[in-house]
Write a protein that binds this ligand. Structure first.
Ligand code: ATP
Ligand code: MG
Length: 394
């Protein structure tokens, strides 16, 4: 079947009045963005509380188009549909039988018709359509069997200004369209977790900016490139990302020289969060996002997270907090970041790592030890902020 139209399904819970409008507008915008990656041209529109996509070019690639739509948050299902004008029943019946024949060459199946009449001006109501279309299909293909409870094929016939015929609903990613829920700053490292965290928060409709702390020459250009590559991979879902690269070397060295080594990671994490928050505020972000997961490493115990969190005033979203590593890996494989994340380039956490990091840091003690940075930390901090290199990723 050469489909020329797609009906887009989205969760309609809570979509009333102005919210509905904002949601649908954002959805249309994001669909258009995703389709730009595809061969062919398309017309995306909102009609009668639905979003539909018409193919307007002669050629397009069905699989590529579906794959692109499956990156658009807010979409719960994609239905390739056949559209017919609001023709009299006799003609509609022929169209439905023809559709069935083309889409299901093997007739050894169970089926059911699910008709919906949105406008009362059609000659038959839903019940009558179900009954008559079921009857006509059976008459055309007697090998079929009706099963109203668990049919292998459900043919939906929606009578609106036009009539939609479909039976396949390909899954969308769910979530909310980007741009419907503010903006957040993602702390993006080269690991497995933070790209997944960014994906998950973007899935709630949040636009993402990102910050990467690098420590040249201790971390290489290749390590930085890996982060750029990861940002590129998630931008398929999250939309364009402004990636801030911050030179963290001097702060890191100062901590290394002046603070107890078992507290290195936790103090370093506090400085990362502080800088990330400053960047967030300067870039209209309302929250921070990290890939932390409770208990995964010493710096992610409940005590350590409390101490890290203490430097922030913005909300810090940790979408992976309750996830096992394998759950995180499963998502990273699904969004295609896993292979890149496991490339063996060093990051600053692995270079300046203590043999026995504290797992129960005490805030007062940490703060006291941070005082030994006082003579030049303000200057280093300012220099780090000024080192901000913005890489636009789309
Ligand atoms: P990831 O796989 O995301 O690197 P991880 O398990 O290695 O996570 P940590 O290295 O402790 O965990 O980092 C915890 C979180 O801190 C990361 O998920 C990320 O959000 C942030 N983070 C760590 N290092 C950096 C960095 N160099 N630049 C930016 N953010 C970082
Ligand atoms: Mg890491």
């Amino acid at each position: 079947m050469n489909y020329r139209t797609f009906l887009i399904k989205y969760a309609e819970i809570g979509l009333k009045g102005k919210n509905r409008y904002v949601f649908e507008d954002a959805l249309v915008k994001q669909i258009n963005r995703a389709l730009k990656r595809c061969e062919g041209s398309f017309d995306v529109k909102r009609t009668e509380g639905r979003v539909t996509i018409d193919v307007t070019s002669e050629d397009y690639d069905f699989d590529e188009t579906i794959a692109a739509l499956q990156t658009v948050f807010g979409i719960t299902g994609i239905c390739p549909v056949v559209v017919v004008d609001k023709v009299p029943y006799a003609e509609l019946s022929k169209e439905v039988v023809k559709y069935f024949d083309e889409v299901y060459p093997d007739k050894n199946k169970t089926f059911k018709v699910f008709a919906r009449r949105a406008h009362k001006d059609y000659e038959m109501d839903s019940m009558e359509l179900n009954k008559e279309l079921g009857h006509d299909i059976l008459e055309a293909f007697p090998e079929l069997t009706v099963d109203v409870h668990h049919p292998e094929i459900q043919i939906t016939v929606e009578v609106r200004n036009v009539i939609y015929i479909y039976s396949e609903i390909l899954p969308g990613p769910g979530g909310m369209p980007l741009g419907t829920n503010g903006k957040a700053m993602l702390l993006l490292s080269g690991g497995i977790d933070s790209p997944v965290a960014g994906y998950m928060i973007a899935k709630r409709g949040v636009v993402i900016d990102a910050v990467y702390f690098h420590a040249p020459p201790y971390t290489s250009e290749r390590a930085k490139q890996k982060v750029v590559d990861l940002a590129k991979l998630i931008s398929k879902y999250t939309g364009p990302i402004r990636l801030h690269v911050i030179n963290f070397t001097d702060i890191q060295l100062a901590i290394y020289e002046k603070c107890p080594h078992e507290e290195l990671t936790i103090i370093m994490r506090r400085y990362m969060m502080k800088i990330a928050e400053d960047l967030a505020k300067a870039n209209d972000c309302q929250a921070l996002v990290t890939g932390e997961s409770l208990g995964q490493v010493a710096s992610q115990t409940i005590h350590a997270l409390g101490v890290t969190n203490e430097v922030c005033t913005l909300p810090v979203f940790r979408p992976l907090i309750g996830f096992d590593k394998q759950d995180i890996i499963d998502i990273s494989e699904k969004i295609n970041t896993f292979e890149t994340s496991i490339l063996p380039f060093e990051d600053c956490c692995t270079i300046f790592v203590a043999k026995h990091p504290v797992t129960k840091p005490n805030l007062e003690i940490i703060k006291r030890h941070e005082e030994s940075l006082n003579d030049n930390i303000d200057e280093l901090y300012k220099k780090a902020i000024e080192s901000d290199e913005v890489i636009s990723i789309w």
